[in-house]
Design a protein around this ligand. Structure first.
Ligand SMILES: Cc1cc2nc3c(=O)[nH]c(=O)nc-3n(C[C@H](O)[C@H](O)[C@H](O)COP(=O)(O)OP(=O)(O)OC[C@H]3O[C@@H](n4cnc5c(N)ncnc54)[C@H](O)[C@@H]3O)c2cc1C
Length: 471
């Protein structure tokens, strides 16, 4: 179908105010936060901003009838080119559709449309003493629709898990425009084991199976107390050993973060006044809950960490907690400072490895950085093995881009070799689709068969999650 005809048909269907076709406006939709999008421009043919299930369905029917690729998009904060139309076609921007439809306090759940921003939802829930626990670093920007599609999580996943644990049901518009509700059409129950678990299928499906138009989320009581232990380790291997000892003492912290030596140096270069103590690793244990259990757990962690760490501090006073946490807060920005002309690129940035392999992974990444001549800063969620690696290069120099790409390829392969995953948080998108076979083996064929059953024409977010059969 010719582009001008498509634009006309979409305008007739949605009204002109919900169709974007001006080339300058389309540029805004040509990127997300990924390195791939920084190096390329993927400009869609047209963008639509539907605000009802009927409108989403009508657009899908037009796309389906005319074989037009559709890429759903939330806030575009993804790191993998997931919300970018790499094969052209139509981008469906769900971010303006940001209604919190109902907070059902009596049943501890909330119904939202896909464009609701994570932080705004938690602001509203706080009025009832509740919260939606997954906590991505992009909280003030990312949408709940994008979080569900990417199964997002954050540094508190060690205790609270990922988005999937909270999704009770979804309304989804399928590629042919049909609408389904997963988790029971009338259901407000929290437990439900009836039927195949289609909710789990759509969570983390990265827009390749359908458009998520409504989300039923479980919410939790918001803890009242919080405390932080900071521990400095002369030897990297002692850090994961301490983590295990804390677990074996019967304590599950709400966050356990690591800064390795590269991250400690980056923070101290960026903000010398933070003055992080020197060591091969710093761990930050966060505990939350009711104030008396927080106190008990914090002191116990302090005692355990002191067996291996050279310096340990426990704090519950807000100002002191903020000071202890400050190095962790700034590390993502600080990474770029390890080179005066450097820029941090988001590639290979969130591998996940078994807990027992975290120290090995960090050491191997350091060696790979030296091998390829690229500075890398490492930090992350040691409590669940999710490591953030930050390569720092001059992206204007093609040879440095080439080196970074080779490094990142080896980091992804290292994760699989160590028994981990190419992504613990940000998803596959376009940038990791080529590793699907390596990571999942014959299971990829089953994924492709499910995709074909729901999307026989292959119009939903093509080029993402796994390569098409035969490529
Ligand atoms: C500074 C920063 C920090 C970050 N920290 C974290 C973190 O701690 N943890 C983490 O997990 N991620 C993190 N991210 C990555 C990103 O923010 C998350 O993956 C987030 O969930 C994406 O939400 P979004 O609304 O921006 O979605 P987008 O980037 O717009 O889309 C992401 C994917 O979801 C699909 N999608 C979006 N909406 C829908 C829908 N309604 N129906 C179907 N498919 C849809 C898109 O097609 C795409 O594949 C971070 C990103 C940045 C820039």
């Amino acid at each position: 179908m010719e582009r001008s005809l498509l634009v006309k048909e979409l305008e007739n269907c949605l009204g002109k105010d919900k169709v974007i076709s001006d080339p300058v406006d389309l540029m805004y939709y040509s990127y997300d936060s990924s390195f791939l999008a920084r190096l390329n421009r993927f400009i869609p043919d047209v963008v639509v901003t539907p605000r009802s299930t009927e409108e989403v369905s009508a657009v899908m029917q037009i796309a389906y009838a005319n074989d037009i690729p559709v890429t759903p998009r939330g806030a575009g904060t993804g790191e993998t080119c997931g919300s970018v139309a790499i094969k052209g076609g139509l981008v469906m921007d769900l971010s303006p559709w940001d209604t919190i439809e109902e907070i059902d306090v009596a049943n501890m759940q909330v119904f939202v449309r896909p464009g609701v921003i994570h932080a705004k939802l938690n602001e509203r829930l706080a009025e009832y003493g509740l919260f939606f626990p997954p906590d991505p670093g992009s909280s003030i920007m990312c949408t709940i629709g994008g979080m569900v599609a990417n199964n997002a999580s954050g540094l508190r996943a060690v205790k609270y898990g990922c988005t999937e644990q909270y999704v009770l049901g979804l309304e989804v518009v399928l590629p042919n425009g049909e609408v389904i509700v997963t988790g029971g059409i009338q259901s407000r129950s929290i437990k439900n084991v009836s039927g195949l678990n289609l909710t789990k299928l759509f969570v983390g499906s990265e827009g390749i199976l359908g458009v998520i138009t409504k989300i039923r989320l479980r919410v939790w009581p918001k803890p009242k107390g919080r405390g932080i232990v900071m521990a400095v380790y002369p030897s990297l291997d002692d850090a994961p050993a301490s983590v295990l000892e804390v677990y074996q003492a019967g304590i599950l912290p709400s966050g356990i973060e690591i800064l390795d030596q590269s991250a400690i140096n980056a923070v101290n270069m960026y903000r010398p006044e933070i003055n992080l103590p020197q060591g091969e690793a710093i761990l930050l244990f966060e505990v939350d809950g009711n104030p008396s259990s927080v106190e008990w757990e914090g002191l116990k962690i302090k005692e355990i960490a002191s067996r291996r760490a050279s310096q340990v501090e426990w704090a519950t006073e807000p100002k002191r907690m903020a000071d202890l946490w400050e190095g962790r807060s700034v590390v993502a920005t600080a990474a770029a400072r390890v080179r005066p002309d450097g820029s941090r690129v988001f590639a290979g940035e969130d591998i996940s490895v078994p807990l027992a392999k975290v120290a090995e992974a960090l050491r191997s990444i350091r060696s790979l950085g030296q091998k390829h001549g690229v500075k890398v800063v490492n930090y992350g969620h040691i409590g669940d093995g999710n490591v953030h690696t930050a390569p720092v290069i001059d992206p204007e120099k093609p040879d440095e881009v080439e080196k970074a790409n080779r490094l990142v390829d080896e980091i992804h392969r290292l994760a699989v070799t160590l028994g981990g995953s190419t992504t613990g948080e940000h998803g596959v998108g376009a940038v990791r689709a080529m590793y699907a076979e390596l990571e999942h083996g014959p299971a990829v064929k089953v994924m492709q068969a499910i995709k074909k059953a729901l999307d026989p024409k292959g119009i939903m977010n093509p080029g993402k999650v796994f390569l098409p059969e035969g490529e």
